[in-house]
Structure formats: C-alpha cells, structure tokens
Design a protein around this ligand. Structure first.
Ligand code: HEM
Length: 352
C-alpha cells in the first residue's frame, strides 16, 4: 500500500516536472563536496539571494546582454585554479592577473563591475561574510534564471583564493574556440565533468556574443565544410575579411533567451564556433545534441545539474582562503612576526 502510494506520488511529481514551465529541480539529491552546503548563509546572510536577484534584475534591464557576460565569468573562474574568484583579482607586483590572459580579454568589464557592486551591497547588509566566488556562482545562476533558464540550487560556502594563475596557466586551462571534441574532452574529464556535462555546459552559448576572431578561421581561407551555406554567407557579411573585428550572437535563433535553440542551431549546422559545431559532427556527442534539440525542458534541467557540478571544481572551504573585502584584491595581510636576517643579525620585523 505504502509502496503503491509512493510510486504514484513519484509518477505525479515526475509529471509535474515534465510539464512545469518554470523548472525547479531536486538538486538536493545531488552530492556536494564537503565544506559546501545548500543553506550555508541561512543564518549569516539570509538576504543574500534577494539582494543579488533584485539588483541583477535592475542591471539586466539596463543591459540585457550582461547575463551572458556574468555566466561566462563563472566558467572562467572555475576552470582556472577552481572556483576561487581568482579571475576577479587585479594583477600585482607578482605579475599580471588572469584578466590579462588572452582568453579573458573578452570578459566584459561591466560583468566585473556588477559582481563588485553585488559584493558591496551584500557586505553592507550582512558584513564581510560572503565570498566573491559564491557571489559569482549565484550571479551566474540568476543570469540563467532571469534569461529564461531553470532555477537550480547553488551549494555555497566557497572561499576566495589569495593568488591568481599565470597567463600560461590560463591559456592551458581554458578550452579554445577552434578546438574539436577530441581536444575539448580532456579539459572536462580532468575536472570530473563527463562528456555529457561538456555538451550540456556548452549550452551556455544559448546566450551571448562572440568576436569574429573566435570563428573567422571557419570562413577564411576556406569555408568550414560543416557550416550551413546561408549561415556562412551571413557570417562573411559580419566578418568580411580574416582580420575583421566585429562580432555576432552565439545563438542565431534566440540570442538572449536561455533555451535549447543553441542545439537546434547545431543540428542545422549553424553553430558559431568550431567547439560548438563539432559537438554535432562528432559521433560521441551528436546523440546528446539531438536529444537536447528535441527536449527543451530536459536540457534546462540537465544544465542546472551540470552547473552545480562545475561550480564545485577545486573549491576552497572552511579556513582555506579568505572572504575578500574587495573582489579585485586579496585582503591586506594581518601583521605577523617574521625573523629576517639584516646585516648578518636576525631581527624581528612585522610583515604585512
Ligand atoms: C566548451 C568549451 C568552450 C569554449 C571553447 C568557449 C569559448 C567561448 C568563446 C570563444 C566565446 C566568445 C568570446 C569572444 O569572442 O568574445 C565564448 C562566449 C561565451 N561563453 Fe564560452 N566557451 C566554452 C564553454 C563555455 C561554458 C562551459 C560556459 C558557461 C557555463 C560558457 C559561457 C559563455 C558565454 C555565456 C559566452 C558569451 C559571453 C558574452 O556575451 O559576453 N562557455 N565562449
């Protein structure tokens, strides 16, 4: 009896999920790394989510292209050194910051500014208890949600890193747009993300833009055989030469709506980047593309789950790292006593 009830209950819940236009899925069932929790700021900052959501609503109303830039920031944070907010740090005497690395030069200054503004608002209300990297993770989720995607839950409790990666490290850690599936796979597997996660997360290109420099090799000197002819002609109009500096939407159908049309484009050979289109060309990933092209709600749900996984790559928790008072700079060191040798004598000095 109890079994029959729970079975029918499960079927009912499943049917609700299948038809619900606003997808809220059961991310509680997903495992999270130790140190993170679903309710980390429930007591220390219960206003966190409303502050971020309300402010981003205003910001996105003024600039509807910004959700894409914020979402990309989370990806570029997590793939380099883990989700530790290192992408937000300015360079220092030790060298240029991650922002100066070529793949990050197209991250938008407005996205960095929006994150710092959110930090300021959150710390004003709750004190310096919420990390910049958690704010990025939540802002990325809001970017997806406010653009029409699903509202997945974000495990919280990440701490901010105190150092940033070198330019070479950034170049090694971020996949490049000319990559095919074979070259993309190791970037994901090495971060405990599956090939399916890779396809799912690529669905982030449902929103946002790209510069000609990221795809013009598909047009010049020869046109990529996997590209639809009409699409190629349009793109040549946007990037008339192989040095053109313009740009266009990653999703030609619904560029500001977070949906599965990106996958429909791939099936129609209208993916913008090689790394996009090859997901349909390669036999290992094309069935996943086709499934997402056919099942919009299934894609939105899977995207939320994959984001929860991506958001936990090499996180700092507990007493690791710090909570930055300014997302662009690590905190000033507290005074510690260090023994230094000066003129042959050991002297105690305070360092910061
Ligand atoms: C699979 C490997 C990936 C590659 C090779 C890649 C590459 C790129 C490139 C080249 C651009 C355009 C940059 C420009 O020319 O301005 C871009 C934009 C973007 N990417 Fe990716 N990306 C990948 C995966 C991801 C993932 C996993 C996410 C998020 C979960 C993401 C989110 C975005 C977004 C939202 C934009 C638009 C940004 C804007 O409009 O400012 N990408 N990506």
């Amino acid at each position: 009896m109890a079994m029959a009830f729970s079975l029918s209950m499960m079927m009912f819940l499943f049917s609700l999920m299948a038809v619900s236009p606003l997808l809220v899925h059961n991310s509680n069932a997903q495992s999270i790394v130790s140190g993170l929790s679903w309710n980390f700021y429930n007591y220390s900052c219960p206003q966190l989510v409303p502050i971020i959501r309300n402010q981003l609503r205003i910001v996105f109303r003024n600039d509807p292209t910004l959700p894409a830039a914020v979402l990309r920031l989370h990806f570029h944070d997590c793939f380099v050194q883990g989700c530790d907010g290192s992408v937000l740090l300015d360079g220092s005497a030790s060298g240029p910051g991650e922002k100066n690395a070529p793949p990050n030069l197209t991250l938008r200054p407005e996205a960095f500014a929006a994150i710092e503004d959110l930090r300021r608002r959150v710390h004003q209300v709750c004190g310096q208890v919420v990390s910049c990297t958690d704010i990025v993770a939540l802002a990325a989720r809001e970017s997806v949600f406010l653009s029409g995607g699903s509202i997945y839950r974000v495990p919280l409790g990440r701490r901010d890193g105190t150092n940033f990666a070198t330019i070479d490290q950034v170049l090694n850690d971020l996949p490049f747009p000319q990559a095919n599936v074979s070259s993309l796979i190791p970037f994901f597997l090495s971060r405990n993300l599956s090939i399916t996660d890779m396809v799912t997360l690529s669905g982030a290109h449902s929103i946002g833009v790209s510069n000609c420099s990221s795809f013009r090799e598909r047009l010049y000197p020869n046109q990529d055989f996997s590209m639809d002819q009409t699409f190629a002609t349009t793109l040549r109009g946007i990037c008339p030469t192989n040095t053109s500096t313009g740009g266009t939407n990653l999703d030609v159908l619904t560029p500001r709506q977070f949906d599965n049309r990106y996958f429909v484009n791939l099936v129609n050979r209208r993916g913008l980047l090689t790394s996009d289109q090859d997901l349909f060309t390669d036999a290992r990933t094309s069935p996943i593309v086709t499934t997402y092209a056919r099942r919009p709600l299934f894609f939105l749900e899977q995207f939320g789950l994959a984001m929860i996984k991506m958001g936990q790559i090499n996180v700092l928790t507990g007493t690791e790292g710090e909570i930055r008072a300014n997302c662009a700079a690590r905190n000033a060191r507290t005074a510690t006593s260090t023994m230094l040798e000066v003129d042959g004598d050991e002297q105690e000095i305070a360092t910061y």
